[in-house]
Design a protein around this ligand. Structure first.
Ligand code: ARG
Length: 588
């Protein structure tokens, strides 16, 4: 279905052509003076140069042609050469009626689905999720949902960190505590125990302890590094222990991501790329892209046009150990083989941008991936506390995600004390609101920017917040429940009437932006555009709700029309919030 701007543009194209001007000047945009008009075309200003005429003259000619168009209530030429457009109410309502019968409310589904891998979440085994994992999970999940909604074939992969020093540290610490375990006996021939020698709470204590200890004790750190290499080169007992770490961790990570309403299609791990490393390195060497520098195997990735220093991409350390780079490159090999994607999007902390620049250049240069495949780094900014510094616990420690979520849920519950709900409903509702508060607070900011985590503001039921959006949806749900309770039948054959009120028109104009918003959010990887949309629509709807009688309207046709409009707003809002990963309760 054509979007509304496209329809308006069609008319303008006709007029530009008729008047003898190139139709490329007929571009239409939303008005930046909504007090004067709804849409505008600034093409006469640009055309003036080519045709050596005053812009206002050209604008005047266009307006002259379109003055009689039924689709415009008003079209005027304004100095120095703007064309201001206000739609005819019937034309607008007609578009809205088409939205109501479209499954995607007029949002075009792509005719050319791409296969897109989204690498997000960024969790590491053996380490609990902390606030730093909030952004990649929330942003990645939203982008995945948006891409899928448009019809792309999307694969969301958590790409667990399971192959680095953190495992070596845990092996080492476990060895210090329980040297008698069979995992450490190199002559052990039997079957290793099925039961892990630690629980998730043990791991959560062991890892930070070992990590801190290794910083103070170089010999301990060396031991851990050695254990990492031995794991990576296949020491049996260590592999068995590593498998236990993975099993215990994944179970807990799944629980946490479920709590966040974040769902991965794939639970791949860094280690899954290991089988692809030998051939990859062989090819890099044979093709001459990789060379030895100071004992290490590297690929130069700097380019002439660089304005900053881009160091070589290191593939193997001088001791033969593989690196984070090596794994990421091998993962590209693996993804190409398994999915042949046209895009891989990495949702990772923007502090890793130089690193990904190196990896991407290396992948292209060494032809691991063809030039046509897009490797995209979506670097997100830091979540800061009110003091403007990275969000920490009160005593300066790293805040666990679970603790943060529980805390917010508690505060939401506090606000909802007075509600007439049973315990189960109130808890479920509070957790939906809390999640919406956190996610919306995050997603409403442009991903690349740092933002302040302001819990009080985020959980407020008023203003540009998640709870406010949910509140609007709930309001519409209860309006529809009332319609049902009062046995009002909605007549589907009577279309939504041209609006009789300014607030109704504003709701319709907001709704018209749906398709463009979703597409822009995908093209620009910008869920914040969906947030802007839902906020504007919610605001428009709430004004409309306050100023008009909907269910109680004495005019039956108008009542039908307003109920249908409200229902459309509710459906669009619910779909949009779902793309953000939020879920609305029935009541709140
Ligand atoms: N686990 C990594 C970290 O904690 C993030 C992984 C990002 N994805 C990737 N393909 N490198 O920093």
């Amino acid at each position: 279905m054509k979007n509304i701007i496209g329809l308006i543009q069609e008319e303008l194209c006709g007029a530009f052509k008729k008047a003898g001007y190139n139709e490329k000047y007929a571009k239409v945009a939303l008005s930046n003076r909504p007090d004067l008009c709804q849409y505008q075309c600034n093409g006469a200003l640009a055309a003036a140069k080519e045709y050596h005429k005053a812009p206002i003259q050209i604008a005047g000619e266009i307006v002259e042609i379109l003055n009689d168009s039924e689709n415009f209530k008003e079209i005027t030429a304004v100095k120095p050469g703007f064309i201001n457009i206000t739609l005819d109410d019937a034309f607008l309502a007609d578009f809205i009626n088409k939205m109501t019968v479209s499954e995607t409310f007029g949002c075009d589904i792509t005719a050319e689905p791409e296969t897109v891998v989204i690498d997000y979440g960024g969790a590491n085994v053996a380490k609990p999720l902390h606030v730093g994992h909030l952004r990649p999970a929330i942003i990645g999940e939203s982008i995945k949902r948006i891409a899928r909604y448009i019809g792309h074939n999307v694969i969301g992969d958590v790409h667990l960190g399971d192959w680095g020093l953190q495992i070596g540290l845990i092996i080492t610490e476990t060895r210090h505590r329980n040297p008698e375990l069979p995992y450490f006996d190199e002559n052990f021939e039997g079957e290793y125990p099925k039961e892990a020698p630690f629980t998730i709470s043990d791991l959560e204590e062991i890892y930070p302890y070992a990590s801190a200890y290794s910083k103070e004790h170089p010999e301990y750190k060396e031991e851990a590094q050695e254990a990492t290499v031995q794991l990576q080169t296949g020491r049996k007992g260590y592999l068995a222990l590593w498998q236990h770490i993975i099993n215990v961790s994944i179970k807990d990570l799944k629980r946490m991501y479920t709590k966040l309403n974040v769902e991965f299609d794939l639970w791949k791990k860094e280690s899954d790329a290991q089988p692809y490393i030998p051939d990859m390195i062989k090819n890099m060497k044979e093709s001459g892209y990789a060379h030895i520098d100071d004992g290490a195997l590297v690929v130069d990735v700097k380019e002439e046009t660089d304005t900053k220093e881009i160091p070589p991409c290191m593939i193997l350390k001088s001791n033969g150990a593989t690196l984070y780079n090596t794994t990421d490159l091998a993962t590209i090999v693996e993804r190409k083989k398994l999915f042949n994607p046209s895009k891989i999007i990495y949702v990772v902390d923007k502090r890793q941008s130089l690193y990904f620049e190196q990896v991407f250049r290396c992948a292209k240069k060494t032809k691991i991936i063809d030039a046509g495949t897009k490797l995209i780094f979506l670097g997100f900014g830091t979540m800061n506390g009110k003091d403007g510094k990275p969000f920490k616990t009160r005593d300066g420690g790293i805040l666990r995600l679970e603790a943060l979520l529980n805390d917010i849920e508690k505060q939401v519950l506090e606000k909802m004390k007075e509600r007439n709900m049973n315990e189960e409903e109130i808890n479920e509702t509070a957790s939906k609101i809390a999640l919406a508060a956190v996610k919306y607070g995050d997603l409403s900011n442009q991903a690349s920017k740092d933002y302040i985590f302001d819990m009080e503001r985020f959980i407020s039921f008023e203003g540009n917040t998640g709870p406010y959006i949910l509140y609007t949806i709930v309001r519409i749900k209860s309006l529809l429940a009332k319609v049902k309770k009062e046995n009002i039948t909605i007549d589907e054959n009577i279309p939504i009437a041209p609006s009789c009120s300014q607030t109704g028109t504003d709701v319709m104009l907001s709704l018209c932006k749906w398709s463009d918003t979703v597409h822009a959010a995908y093209e620009e990887l910008a869920p914040h555009k969906i947030c802007q949309f839902v906020y504007e629509l919610s605001d428009a709807f709430n004004k409309f709700y306050h100023e008009n009688r909907i269910v109680n309207n004495e005019d039956i046709t108008l009542r039908n029309s307003y109920i249908k409009l409200s229902r459309l707003v509710g459906n669009v809002l619910e779909t949009a919030t779902n793309l953000l990963g939020l879920e609305a309760p029935e009541r709140m």
